[in-house]
Design a binder for this molecule. Structure first.
Ligand SMILES: Nc1ncnc2c1ncn2[C@@H]1O[C@H](COP(=O)(O)OP(=O)(O)O)[C@@H](O)[C@H]1O
Ligand SMILES: [Mg+2]
Length: 582
């Protein structure tokens, strides 16, 4: 039932096209039936009763039927195509907004291959089902009814016989239904797996070559592909079974209509013309019944696609619940008793974190690797939701804000940020309009302008996927420039300068400090030297917030922070000694 509900949801706004398709299909059926009926008059009146004056009118009628049929035949696929396109567009948009609305946690649970499959397989199949199969199914049901009525005028017995035989065909197919539906589902899953493995292998190409595990990867792909092949073959086998079992029944109907109609004609109960068209109508009825039952059986597998897409419908409902408008000015951002453990993580990543972020200031989060720094920023970005406790802006839980609003006011730079295989300009602006001056300003702050100037095409230079043609430091600086360009209310830099050398990092941080003087910037840094001047430093250890305060205050406390500083001084001293001795 939920499947039906989601179909209705899909076609909700597109009823006009569907009604038009149904109307055209109905016309097509009627024209076909009328065309057959005309033949009866041609045989009975013109040839047998020799009323030759009727010939021209009947020929004209026949001609117009054929002409109309030809027009409908070319029109219907066009309208269906248009409807199909509209549905695909609607579903793809829905799917994209689902994708962008997920928390990272939810995304991680679903492999990306699944999404590729949703876009390429399920959406297309679901669209064909809604735009072609369902209207044609309705058309065949309509034909069954009309043709039955027409036959009933000549012989009610035949209608009963045909209906009984049709039910037989239906039950034969229905017995095989669960197996078809099950193997169709399995085939879909296997296909999604094939795609996700191919995707993994493409993105992991370098590792596969470097670690020389080509053979293993090949074997893995072949075995998964074989699994897919097995399930589709099985699905095909079951569908063949339906056809093989229903075909003899079809022939039985033809035989009965010929035999029984022949007897009626010989007894003079029906005319010769009626006998000829009775036979044709029986064929039409049979075809309509068969295509209707085939529609029903194929629906079982097609419904799998619709079921796999139901989450779009569910999500859209959930999505509309985030309705709170973001306040125009932020008074406070607070973490209240925030606990968080990653799925599959043994230890909590954050334990009862309470903190108030001073707005309009430079805030630093420090601590050893794994202490929970990134987790704080990811929760703030709503990539995950706290297990308990909450994060509020002006007292409102951040999950309640509209997605677009929230991400317009907060920007996040990590080491994992993505560069698109496109121009530097597009990677900076991400679809918004910025003038060259604005771009240059941000790129100067991020110390990347000089590098861009080296290219003849400047901002219009194309960079490879993941920025493969750039060094790690160049990538980081482009991504930094991208986030500075947006002048977000809150900017989170999670080890965003880790790949830069000391001197460049110092310049970049100085630029950022100047540019974001009265804005909130949260810096997570490995090198403590970059955050010494922060207004407040939060010190994390094993998921606990152990200390906070300004640099000098913390040094005076002589606690964990001063230990971290000592450790860093020691290691940089060792490093410089090593450098001078090399
Ligand atoms: N996606 C994840 N799944 C499971 N555990 C994770 C995940 N990300 C981080 N962790 C764990 O959570 C803890 C905190 O990680 P994180 O906040 O990234 O640390 P930091 O940024 O301070 O280095 C670590 O123990 C880490 O292993
Ligand atoms: Mg981190």
């Amino acid at each position: 039932m939920r499947g039906i509900k989601s179909i209705l949801f899909m076609v909700k706004n597109k009823k006009r096209l569907l009604i038009m398709i149904l109307f055209l299909l109905g016309m097509e059926s009627i024209v076909l039936i009328y065309n057959t009926q005309v033949q009866k008059y041609l045989i009975d009146d013109v040839f047998l009763k020799q009323m030759f004056d009727k010939l021209y009118i009947l020929l004209l009628l026949l001609f117009s039927c054929i002409f109309l049929h030809a027009i409908l035949n070319s029109l219907i696929p066009q309208v269906m195509q248009k409807y199909n396109y509209v549905i695909q567009k609607e579903l793809s948009n829905g799917l994209l907004s689902v994708l962008y609305g997920y928390t990272i946690d939810e995304l991680r649970e679903k492999q990306t291959g699944n999404y590729v499959n949703y876009f390429t397989g399920d959406i297309q199949n679901a669209a064909i089902f809604v735009s072609d199969d369902i209207p044609k199914g309705i058309q065949s049901l309509f034909s069954v009814i009309i043709v039955s009525v027409v036959i009933a005028f000549l012989s009610p017995f035949l209608v009963v016989a045909v209906i009984l035989f049709s039910l037989l065909i239906y039950f034969v197919s229905k017995k095989i239904e669960p197996s078809i539906s099950e193997s169709a589902g399995r085939a879909q899953e296997a296909k999604a797996k094939v795609i996700s493995v191919i995707e993994e292998e493409i993105s992991g190409t370098r590792e596969i070559i470097a670690f020389n595990n080509k053979e293993w990867e090949k074997k893995r792909l072949i075995s998964i592909f074989f699994d897919y092949f097995k399930h589709t073959t099985k699905e095909g086998d079951f569908q063949n079974k339906v056809i093989v079992r229903s075909e003899p029944i079809r022939w039985a109907v033809i035989w009965i209509s010929l035999g029984y109609g022949g007897v009626l004609a010989m007894q003079g109960k029906i005319s010769i013309g009626s006998f000829v068209v009775l036979y044709q109508f029986s064929l039409q009825l049979m075809n309509a019944v068969l295509s209707f039952t085939r529609f029903i059986t194929s629906s079982w597998s097609q419904m799998q696609h619709i079921k796999r897409l139901e989450f779009i419908y569910d999500h859209n409902k959930k999505f509309n619940e985030n309705t709170e408008n973001l306040p125009s000015s932020f008074d406070s951002i607070k973490f209240h008793n925030v606990d968080f453990t990653y799925k599959g993580g043994k230890e909590p990543a954050l334990k009862r974190i309470n903190l108030t972020l001073p707005l309009g200031r430079k805030i630093a989060i420090v601590g050893e690797s794994g202490s929970g720094k990134s987790t704080i920023s990811k929760l703030l970005m709503r990539f995950y939701e706290p297990d308990s406790g909450d994060i509020t802006v002006n007292g409102i839980v951040i999950q309640k804000f509209k997605n677009d609003d929230w991400f317009r006011h907060i920007a996040f730079v990590t080491q994992e940020a993505y560069l698109f295989p496109s121009t530097i300009r597009e990677n900076l602006s991400l679809g918004s309009d910025y003038s060259n001056e604005e771009l240059e300003y941000a790129c100067n702050l991020a110390q990347i302008q000089e590098f861009i100037n080296q290219f003849n095409q400047g901002f219009d230079t194309v960079i490879g996927e993941h920025g493969n043609t750039l060094s790690g430091g160049q990538k980081q600086r482009i991504i930094l420039a991208r986030s500075l360009l947006r002048t977000p209310e809150i900017l989170v830099l999670d080890e965003a300068t880790s790949a830069l050398d000391l001197e460049t990092e110092r310049l970049v941080m100085r630029g950022i400090d100047l540019e974001r003087k009265n804005k909130t910037t949260i810096v997570i840094a490995h090198r403590l030297s970059t955050i010494k001047n922060a207004d407040v430093i939060f010190v994390m250890q094993h998921g606990d917030l152990v200390e906070y305060g300004a640099h000098n205050e913390l040094l005076r406390k002589n606690g964990y922070y001063s230990k971290l500083v000592e450790k860093e001084l020691l290691s940089s001293y060792t490093r410089s000694r090593l450098d001078t001795h090399m």
